[in-house]
Design a protein around this ligand. Structure first.
Ligand code: 6PG
Length: 265
């Protein structure tokens, strides 16, 4: 089935989001794995590829497909994380553990190339440690932003992305690369990349599925909506912004985003 690739530029966005609507979750996962593999295949000794993975459950299927992909020189791929829960690496809630179980344990990536957020540490310390790891890995001085080749993100039903939750302090943390973020609605703390890092990326790929996300997706893409969810503010200043959305999560998208499954474009 062909689905329209819709260029969707909003009044107040600095970049035009490309929205791909897929008929099913498997179709989305397959397309996402192909896209990510395409970026990873750019990795060479002179061009290490650095990507940040998303947590949550949506990426699991894509990770399993990606683990089977060929032609990727994993020795020159560096894996980072968009956010982490305040738990240890073996905890079932850990985003690192999810990535290990579904992808990293199944590909020949050197352990030194996996850059884990230390969720087991005190949150502010873990955030500071990860900021330092980013600066070192990207060869940054005290200022400057890490430019990821790709950041993969999900979105919650409340419109959060990474661990940038509605009404939380990290939404305003523009002076840091990584923030420790208190999330009262979950009665927990999280560690998260901040908007300046997300918006510096060469490519950002959102993977969003499920009817429970439809309202938040519609709010992201409705510039007239007065309470824009956190995911709406991921607007790469120079990079590509891609939203891969399945049909159920796309149900509330404004006019102009069509499920075009028979008109070649
Ligand atoms: C996390 C993620 C978070 C996730 C969304 C969607 O740590 O949970 O980083 O931002 O992407 O909550 O999660 P699902 O994919 O499980 O719906």
């Amino acid at each position: 089935m062909r689905y329209a690739l819709v260029e969707y530029a909003e009044r107040n966005r600095v970049s035009a989001a490309q929205i791909k609507v897929f008929p099913s979750v498997p179709a989305l996962q397959e397309a996402a794995a192909d896209f990510v593999a395409g970026v990873l295949r750019l990795a060479t000794p002179n061009n290490p590829i650095r990507i940040a993975l998303s947590g949550g459950s949506t990426p699991r299927g894509m990770h399993a497909l990606l683990a089977q992909m060929v032609g990727i020189d994993w020795r020159n791929v560096h894996i980072f994380f968009g956010d982490e829960r305040t738990v240890g690496p073996d905890d079932p809630q850990s985003n690192y553990r999810m990535a290990q179980d579904t992808l990293l344990a199944h590909v020949p990536i050197p352990a030194a190339n996996i850059h884990r957020m230390r969720g087991e540490d005190e949150p502010a310390k873990a955030a500071a440690t990860y900021s330092g790891e980013l600066r070192e890995s990207f060869g940054l001085h005290s200022t400057g932003l890490p430019v990821f080749d790709l950041i993969i993100l999900g979105m919650g039903a409340d419109g959060h992305t990474a661990s940038l939750f509605p009404g939380t302090a990290a939404l305003e943390a523009h002076a840091m690369l990584v923030a420790a973020n208190e999330v009262p609605q979950l009665n927990t703390w999280r560690i998260t990349l901040t908007y300046p890092v997300l918006n510096a990326a060469r490519r950002v790929l959102f993977l969003v599925t499920g009817a429970d996300k439809a309202e938040a997706v519609s709010h992201v893409f409705d510039p007239t909506h007065d309470d824009r969810p956190p995911a709406a503010f991921v607007q790469p200043s120079a990079g590509d912004l891609l939203w891969y959305v399945d049909a159920t999560a796309a149900a509330g998208l404004p006019e102009g985003v069509k499920h075009d499954n028979d008109t070649p474009r």
